[in-house]
Design a protein around this ligand. Structure first.
Ligand SMILES: [Zn+2]
Length: 278
């Protein structure tokens, strides 16, 4: 049974230039910030350090050496094995996302370099159906892990996802087992895997490869978790703490190794690669 096919990606929609003099308000402290300044600060508020959500390509600019990245598996595209329809038909939803993002699915994967050290790199794109993991995302992550194994290079996955893609039902859940199984193989070979969690990383992605890093780091204030707060409260019949499902809560409870400010992200990942590759 085939779950995906090859098809060229549509041309990306042009990034809208930010007009001069545009201001925005910090979602956290309410400070009015000049957008160009914010851009220079890597979209972190100078007043309260709130981390605005940025695009997958921005993370690539932050983390990877310039012009070092070669993308793989660009043409993988979801089929519609379940003929799924919610408010829209699944193929229509995918077509819309492809048009909006210029990508074929919710992850970019390939080979790049950080401080001259080659890495297998994958990053999720939240703007593509909420960064959800269907068979294409699972397959591309699996291949990224295999590239690490083949080339004996560290693996970096930057996660940003609402979880499994419901429209692909059990096939999306299957990706959790597939990626986790391959990561177990990677672990046996002692090749380092650094998992970077950004806002939000939840559900099926959090419950598989995102939480299986040798080192797991997250941006401050990111929403992390499996089920939603309301579902858990209803299930356990208890009120949950205010900061529940944040990076800070995860760190305090041993699920995270380190919370890293966006300005320190590249330096931290490079340092970890250094330590782990000794
Ligand atoms: Zn702020």
């Amino acid at each position: 049974m085939e779950w995906f096919k090859r098809k060229p990606a549509p041309p990306p929609t042009e990034r809208k230039e930010i007009p001069d003099g545009l201001w925005t308000k910090c979602n956290s402290c309410g400070e009015i910030i000049y957008v160009r300044e914010l851009e220079k600060d890597l979209w972190v508020c100078r007043t309260c350090s709130f981390h605005f959500r940025i695009r997958s390509t921005d993370y690539m600019d932050i983390l990877l050496d310039a012009d070092s990245f070669t993308e793989y598996d660009v043409g993988l595209l979801s089929l519609d094995p379940l003929q799924f329809k919610d408010s829209k038909k699944y193929p229509d939803r995918i077509a819309e996302a492809r048009k909006k993002t210029g990508r074929n699915d919710a992850v970019i994967a390939g080979i790049g370099a950080i401080d001259g050290r080659q890495v297998s790199f994958a990053i999720m794109d939240f703007s593509f159906v909420g960064g959800s993991m269907g068979s294409v995302v699972g397959e591309k992550i699996a291949r990224a892990i295999e590239r690490s194994l083949d080339r004996q290079v560290p693996l970096i996955i930057v996660s940003c996802s609402g979880g499994a893609r419901m429209q692909e039902g059990i096939l999306s859940l299957l990706q959790m087992a597939k990626t986790s199984g391959l990561l177990a193989r990677l672990s046996e070979t002692k090749i380092p895997y650094i998992s970077v969690l950004t806002n939000p990383t939840t559900a099926g992605v959090m419950a598989s490869y995102a939480s299986l890093g040798d080192v797991i780091i997250a941006e401050p204030g990111a929403l992390l978790g499996f089920a939603g707060r309301r579902v858990i409260e209803q299930t356990i019949g208890q009120k949950l703490p205010e900061n529940f499902q944040t990076s800070e809560f995860f760190k305090d409870h041993g699920f995270l190794d380190k919370i890293v400010h966006r300005h320190e992200l590249r330096k931290t990942v490079a340092l970890l690669l250094d330590y782990l590759s000794q």
